[in-house]
Design a protein. Structure first.
Length: 214
């Protein structure tokens, strides 16, 4: 996975991921809204983290009114609209976001683009409300609901946890197969011999310390 230094800033990374999702959705004929693109980017970040990679979007996700979100997405949407890269059309109570232009130099690295492609292919046809409901069932959002609205989501919770149950069972079986260990009386004899050999050295060291204190 190419790290975030491939972009000049986290904002560029977010813009590249945002435009990539719009491009992929346009190719497939999917409708994209403000809420929907946020959830697709969030799911892409979770997919990357589950695979052991860094998040692809560069967004610090928080639990806001409609689940995972960050206001930088709103600012980015406004900026791209002003530059006529995207167009906002009324759609029910919100807006549909359409890609009508492009920005050079903001291409996603191939591994990250592959993640976005898989996420858009799997979830891009779902309604925004379905994606919102799905996001609330993810480990970072379950954790956030216990901590309170507005908190930063801990994406590391999406990483698969090692299954220790099988390991413990196997180790227990190995221990049961080992021959019973008996105490060797010779060990104690050896310890006593070493203590006797060191006794004179300890007496000299103690005497030197006492003389220094006088």
């Amino acid at each position: 996975m190419v790290d975030s230094q491939a972009f000049s800033s986290a904002r560029d990374r977010t813009a590249a991921a945002y435009l990539a999702v719009l491009r992929l959705a346009r190719e497939r004929g999917y409708i994209i809204t403000r809420l929907k693109i946020a959830k697709l980017l969030y799911l892409a970040d979770l997919a990357a983290v589950r695979a052991g990679d860094d998040p692809v979007s560069g967004i610090e996700w928080r639990w806001l009114n409609h689940g995972p979100f960050n206001n930088t997405l709103q600012y980015l949407e406004n900026e791209l609209t002003e530059k006529r890269v995207v167009r906002k059309d009324p759609y029910f109570i919100g807006y549909q976001i359409r890609l009508v232009g492009d920005v050079s130099g903001l291409d996603m690295p191939a591994p990250e683009m592959a993640i976005l492609e898989r996420v858009v292919a799997e979830f891009g046809s779902l309604a925004a409300t379905s994606l919102k409901d799905l996001s609330y069932q993810t480990p970072p959002m379950i954790d956030a609901q216990e901590r309170g609205q507005g908190v930063v989501l801990d994406l590391s919770l999406a990483r698969p946890r090692p299954k220790l149950g099988g390991l413990v069972t196997r180790m227990s079986a190995v221990l049961r197969r080992l021959p019973e260990q008996e105490t060797d009386p010779g060990v104690f004899v050896e310890i006593e011999r070493e203590m006797d050999e060191l006794a004179e050295a300890r007496r000299r060291a103690t005497g030197a310390l006492l003389r220094d204190d006088q």
